[in-house]
Write a new protein. Structure first.
Lengths: 601, 212, 165
């Protein structure tokens, strides 16, 4: 079926998968070789109908209920949060270049690591992939026109902004120095101002609950006709599992931080030993949320990986059911393990043993996923684009981060490693090596769909490599530091740790530079990137069966879910490879082969 | 389509699906709210286990009469709100408004009695945390019961008050004629929330007032 | 599945191809909701929503409800159980008193949830959501108790919070 063939008459047999694939490939063909003028014209037409163009002016954005626009607003907000948290990290690492007193005061240092944690966890890591990519792609992946509750979606964005504003105000207004974990009794008696940041975190949690609620309702009720639970993309499964954690766990955090705020401001004393209280109970409440929270951070990242790997291997996942069920498994088991953060806090040996045993189980489901992804690569047709490079980075860093997680979840080992840099390195391996890497992979994977432009591929590959290098240089020394006994959250350290700290700081600078490079070319490509085809990766995913960028209601023609999101076996052998397009180094006014430069408008 | 009718949003194919989705969303929200109280129940369980004598002694000063009256008030308010929705299904607008008004009255009475109870305790020096000044019982352990009492019932009373505002808005909408026998989803959701408030109190009441 | 518009026929105006699914909005008369206010409420026997061209699993009708007499009966049961709790609390002290109070409270809660909140006649997913929330509530309480309750038993040392005197 070529672009010149007439549309099928009503009463014809529905097109076969081969024809369908040819049709969808035809969109790609148009932009690659066949007829440049038609290709450009088609892309222009799509751009005019896109959600980016529908409605202009600031009010059409600030009062939008379009999930795609809300996703972009979250995108900007979370990127700003990432940069703010990253800036704090840079200052911290710069101080740690010297073992003794440095260019900031100890109190400032304490405030900075507190705020680094609060901003990174609550303003970036928790919302990032769900509120940006979940918002944008969940409805598209189930064939819906929007989420179940679009106004609730917009409200969740404004609640996020309110929480962020309150937290930032608290930061400036004598920010807390308690660490992002707000442990009683220090948090309840600290001379710094704890309550505003604690309440800011509470409000951010409300936003998280609203998002999760919306996603759960959408997944249950708005799936396209013919799309059952086991026909959906895996990304939807992981977002769904994440949403369950969000609505169940976040209220307990809300209570915990409110209690800290009340205790600090009004001397409620519920955790005060002088009145008979037990500070460890705060830790129970806090970690009942915060351990499942790390699964809020990693599950969507795993969902992104589950979309990237089949696309760039041109192969269905090794086991769809394994990936789907393990998402629910991680969500469930994640709730049973919070006590492993309390091993040395003074809980009973029985409880410590119980949680230690439970913590071993969560690795099973992560391992199932890792083997599924690796097995997907086997006998696939692999292309090394930037998203795929981020996958390889992810699989290495997540595997090591996960294994060190099992290590610290072993009670006897944790007695040595608790509150050292070993733990810091472990969770940064998962958070940066896992979630941030997948976040960057998601940006590059879905960039053409969201913005209708391509990013420059060589820049993408290089900066992915630099991120990987910078990350390793930053955090591998921290494993060694922690194992050698350097405590976390310390302003100064013994001179024997000096060299490793310097390495770590240099790595941090490299990582920061790499991320800035990435941000720069992504912003530049918004305006000057090559116009993207609807499906530049040749993915079978549902979100790719729509123009790039999508129209307001997501699809011009409803897709047929019988052709699943991983149906790569059905590709006709004689079709041109969908990734047959040249690597793009410079902005699109450099001429591509067969395509004349665009005339200025 | 008038503003008074529920409009069909573009992502739904039918009002039935839109309403069913709203109901599901509400149940998820109620589940989430239950977890908000869960932490307080956990603290209560822990401290009661550790300080059974202190909890017993302290609860002797709880106002069982007011607490019990409040229990019956809330149970009855659950009945009236359920009957209000039932009346809407029958198309009886005035009866709906009256029943909703009765629910609000009962909820208001709950809040008033609670305030009286608090005032009584505070006058005696039975205050939370650092403000505890009751001569009759030493603070250690007892003040935990008192603080938990204020936290649990205070959190609950906040939910009651929020529920009253919501019910007032629903009453006004019902009076305006917004609810039809076929379409009254806001009323259903409001009713569900109010029942949750009652549910929490059903558990709070014996834990706080009836320790023996 | 129909093919998207042939890009060669670049229309000057907006495309009018019948292939394209129209952007729907709420003024579309096909989608006007039932606004007959005089019709009494009927719980239909089958699902209300006809399988429209787009949506998959059908939404079920609103849950069946007990009726006014049923509600009052449930209320009477609740009042009776509350009174029972009061009497039991006076009669049975200590741990058993707590257990009885808990069982009765659960019974009351069950009545409210099943009949007032229509969990009994409603959709299974509502029951699942509620059950999961309660399960995690219980998990939190048990996890905390597992710590506090076993400190004197399983700890190398005993502190102020080591357990019952």
């Amino acid at each position: 079926m070529t672009p010149d063939a007439p549309p099928p008459a009503p009463g014809d047999a529905p097109p076969s998968v081969i024809e369908l694939a040819s049709t969808e490939l035809a969109w790609t063909e148009l932009t690659v070789a066949a007829d440049p003028a038609r290709a450009e014209a088609a892309l222009e037409l799509d751009a005019d109908r896109s959600y980016l163009r529908a409605g202009s002016g600031i009010r059409s954005w600030l009062l939008t209920t379009d999930h795609k626009r809300i996703a972009l607003m979250f995108f900007v907000a979370t990127l700003l949060a990432l940069m703010l948290g990253g800036a704090f990290a840079m200052v911290l690492r710069t101080k740690l270049l010297t073992p003794g007193p440095g260019f900031i005061e100890p109190l400032t240092y304490n405030r900075l690591f507190t705020l680094h944690g609060v901003v990174m966890v609550f303003m970036f890591m928790i919302p990032a992939i769900p509120a940006v990519f979940g918002n944008f792609f969940l409805p598209m992946m189930i064939g819906a026109k929007d989420l179940a509750f679009p106004r609730l979606n917009l409200a969740s964005f404004y609640v996020y902004l309110a929480g962020a504003a309150l937290t930032l105000w608290g930061m400036i207004h004598g920010g807390a120095d308690t660490g992002w974990t707000f442990y009683a009794p220090y948090a309840t008696t600290s001379p710094t101002d704890v309550a505003p940041i604690a309440i800011g975190v509470f409000v951010l949690g409300v936003s998280s609950i609203m998002t999760g609620l919306n996603f759960i309702a959408t997944t249950h009720m708005l799936r396209r006709k013919g799309l059952g639970w086991f026909g959906m993309p895996i990304f939807v499964w992981t977002i769904y599992a994440t949403s369950i954690i969000q609505v169940i766990a976040t209220p307990v955090l809300g209570l915990a931080v409110i209690l800290v705020a009340l205790d600090h401001a009004l001397h409620m004393g519920i955790f005060d030993p002088a009145l008979g209280g037990d500070p460890v109970l705060f830790e129970h409440l806090f970690w009942f949320y915060s351990h499942p929270a790390v699964y809020i951070m990693i599950l969507p990242a795993m969902g992104v990986i589950s979309e990237i790997v089949p696309t760039f291997s041109k192969k269905h996942p090794l086991s769809y059911n394994a990936l789907a069920y393990s998402s629910l498994g991680i969500a469930f088991i994640g709730f049973l393990t919070w006590g492993h953060h309390l091993f040395v806090a003074g809980i009973s040996q029985f409880d410590a043993a119980l949680f230690g045993a439970m913590s071993m189980f969560v690795a099973i489901f992560s391992a199932i996923k890792v083997f599924s992804w690796i097995g997907t690569l086997y006998r696939g047709s692999i292309t090394f684009n930037t998203p795929m490079l981020y996958f390889f980075s992810f699989i290495y860093l997540f595997a090591f981060g996960g294994m060190t997680g099992i290590a610290v979840a072993t009670t006897s080992l944790d007695i040595h490693w608790h509150d050292t840099y070993f733990v810091i390195a472990h969770f940064h391996f998962i958070m940066i090596g896992g979630t941030l890497t997948a976040f960057l992979g998601a940006i590059h994977y879905w960039y053409p769909k969201m913005f209708g432009r391509m990013y420059p591929e060589r820049w993408g590959l290089v900066s992915a490599g630099l991120v990987f290098a910078g990350f390793n240089l930053t955090f591998v020394p921290q494993f060694l530091l922690g194992n050698a006994g350097m405590p976390r959250r310390y302003y100064s350290y013994p001179v024997r740790f000096h060299m490793l700290n310097v390495m770590s700081t240099l790595g941090a600078y490299l990582l920061g530079v790499a991320l800035l490079i990435t941000l720069t070319y992504l912003i530049v490509s918004l305006r000057w990137g090559r116009r993207a085809a609807p499906n530049p990766w040749g993915s079978r995913g549902f979100e790719w069966r729509s123009p790039s960028p999508p129209p307001v209601h997501n699809f011009l023609v409803p897709f047929d879910p019988a052709h699943g999101p991983y149906a790569y076996d059905a590709l006709p052998p004689e079709a041109p490879p969908p990734d047959a397009r040249p690597l793009d180094v410079s902005p699109s006014d450099a001429p591509l082969p067969n395509v004349p430069p665009r005339e200025p408008a | 389509m008038t503003a008074a009718r529920t409009s069909l949003h573009v992502q739904y194919d039918s009002l039935a699906r839109q309403h069913a989705t709203a109901r599901l969303g509400m149940w998820v929200f109620l589940g989430s709210e239950s977890l908000l109280f869960a932490g307080l129940f956990a603290l209560y369980a822990a401290y009661r286990f550790v300080y059974p004598a202190e909890f017993h002694a302290a609860s002797a000063h709880a106002n069982v009469v007011l607490g019990t009256i409040n229990t019956y008030l809330l149970l009855t308010s659950s009945l009236t709100v359920a009957l209000a929705i039932h009346a809407t299904r029958r198309g009886h607008r005035r009866r709906t408004v009256l029943l909703l008004g009765a629910t609000i009255a009962l909820g208001l009475a709950f809040d008033v009695l609670k305030a009286i109870e608090y005032a009584g305790h505070l006058a005696d020096g039975i205050a939370p945390g650092g403000y505890y000044a009751f001569a009759g019982l030493p603070a250690h352990g007892v003040v935990l019961y008192v603080t938990l009492y204020y936290l649990l019932t205070g959190m609950h009373a906040l939910h009651v008050t929020g529920g009253l505002c919501m019910l007032a808005w629903l009453t006004w909408r019902a009076h305006r004629g917004d609810f039809t026998p076929q379409s009254h989803i806001a009323l259903e959701l409001g009713g569900l929330y109010w029942h949750l408030v009652d549910l929490v109190w059903i558990f709070l009441w014996p834990l706080i007032y009836l320790i023996r | 599945m129909t093919r998207p518009d042939d890009p060669t026929s670049l229309p000057a105006a907006a495309p009018t191809s019948p292939v394209r699914a129209p952007d729907t909005d709420t003024d579309d008369p096909v989608r006007a909701p039932n606004t007959a206010i005089d019709e009494p409420y009927r719980a239909p026997d089958t699902d209300i929503d006809e399988p429209a061209h787009e949506f998959g699993p059908p939404a079920t009708s609103p849950p069946r409800e007990p009726g006014a007499a049923g509600y009052v009966l449930v209320w009477l049961a609740l009042v009776a159980l509350a009174t029972l709790t009061l009497i039991a609390s006076r009669a049975v002290p200590g741990g058993w008193g707590l257990a009885i109070a808990f069982v009765v409270a659960s019974a009351k809660a069950g009545l409210v949830v099943a009949f007032f909140m229509h969990l009994a006649g409603g959709r299974p997913i509502h029951r699942l959501v509620f059950a999961i929330a309660i399960a995690f509530l219980v998990l939190l309480v048990l996890g905390v108790l597992a710590d506090v309750g076993t400190r004197s038993l399983a700890s190398a040392y005993v502190d102020d919070l080591g357990g019952p005197p």
